[in-house]
Design a protein around this ligand. Structure first.
Ligand SMILES: Nc1ncnc2c1ncn2[C@@H]1O[C@H](COP(=O)(O)OP(=O)(O)OP(=O)(O)O)[C@@H](O)[C@H]1O
Ligand SMILES: [Mg+2]
Length: 273
């Protein structure tokens, strides 16, 4: 399983010798006697999208939250290649440093837009607020950026002063994406970004996300139970079961020729609801 991943990484390293943007080493998180996730290690390179799939309770969100600094793992390292100082372990860095990263280089798209938006603030305010958090002060420039980003996520500029509560689920999710991407992050974490949306709305959102990820050269880690989502967005895939990564590799390889019995079950039509 990891051989595929390593040979792919080695191959890329030979070509361009890039440094990983994120190096995850031996992450473990338990809740009392329950294992949330354990023994997770991987590298993510600039511009790469990693999908994490697995059944409910397999540890996907636990892992993502450990990587994004929302949960403290019991052990392991999460080395992020910071602009200023190169690789830093985000597990042991100070809370203010982590908070600064989550405002600048990181973005987190929640499954439920209510968790990622301020529902009492206008659409433009939701986008502008992220800019102000990194020091933007010029009202005209902030509003111009907000308008530009609403356009990029296909929200009409006539809606800029509306609150997200007046938006459909798909619009709210697009607004959450605009709010997250306006500061030009390098790494985006997403937990079931298309969950809870109609199939037609999902397809449009996926198209939009794929375009933005490519255009901005973003790295992303996407948690989903929907194999169609990873097929479309993720270069590489990790399959989780009971807190462990049971298979990892290039998305097409894993889905077309699954090696682990659990992955075979997952891709078989029986489990694809
Ligand atoms: N706050 C918590 N306290 C105790 N156990 C937890 C907590 N959060 C998660 N767990 C347990 O950790 C395991 C992994 O949960 P997690 O939420 O990471 O799964 P998941 O793969 O994201 O599932 P889903 O697809 O349903 O979102 C499960 O057994 C879950 O019961
Ligand atoms: Mg989850």
């Amino acid at each position: 399983m990891t051989e595929t991943m390593h040979s792919e990484v080695a191959h890329r390293a030979d070509e361009r010798a890039p440094a990983p943007l994120l190096s995850v080493r031996d992450i473990r998180k338990t809740y009392g006697s329950y294992v949330g996730c354990t023994d997770v290690s991987f590298d993510l390179y600039p511009g790469e999208v990693m999908g994490i799939v697995g059944e409910s309770g397999s540890g996907k969100s636990t892992l993502l939250n450990c990587l994004a600094g929302h949960l403290a793992p019991d052990r392991g390292e999460v080395l992020f290649d910071t602009r200023a100082e190169g690789p830093r372990d985000t597990v042991t860095m100070s809370e203010p440093e982590r908070r600064m990263l989550s405002r600048t280089d990181w973005a987190f798209v929640h499954q439920n837009p209510r968790d990622g938006l301020r529902m009492g603030v206008s659409a433009g305010g939701n986008v502008g607020e992220r800019l102000m958090a990194v020091g933007a002060r010029n009202y005209g420039a902030i509003r111009e950026s907000a308008t530009d980003w609403l356009g990029r996520v296909e929200i009409a500029d006539t809606r800029i002063d509306d609150r997200p509560s007046a938006f459909s689920g798909g619009m709210q999710q697009r607004l959450q994406i605009a709010r997250n991407l306006v500061t030009g992050p390098r790494l985006v974490f997403m937990d079931e970004p298309t969950g809870g949306l109609d199939v037609s709305v999902q397809a449009r959102l996926l198209d939009l996300m794929r375009g933005l990820v490519r255009e901005m050269g973003l790295s992303a880690i996407i948690v989903t139970h929907d194999l169609a989502v990873v097929r479309l967005l993720a270069h590489r895939l990790m399959v989780m079961k009971s807190g462990h990564v049971v298979e990892a590799g290039l998305t097409d390889q894993v889905l077309d020729d699954p090696q682990h019995a659990y992955t075979q079950l997952l891709v078989s039509s029986v489990l694809q609801v």
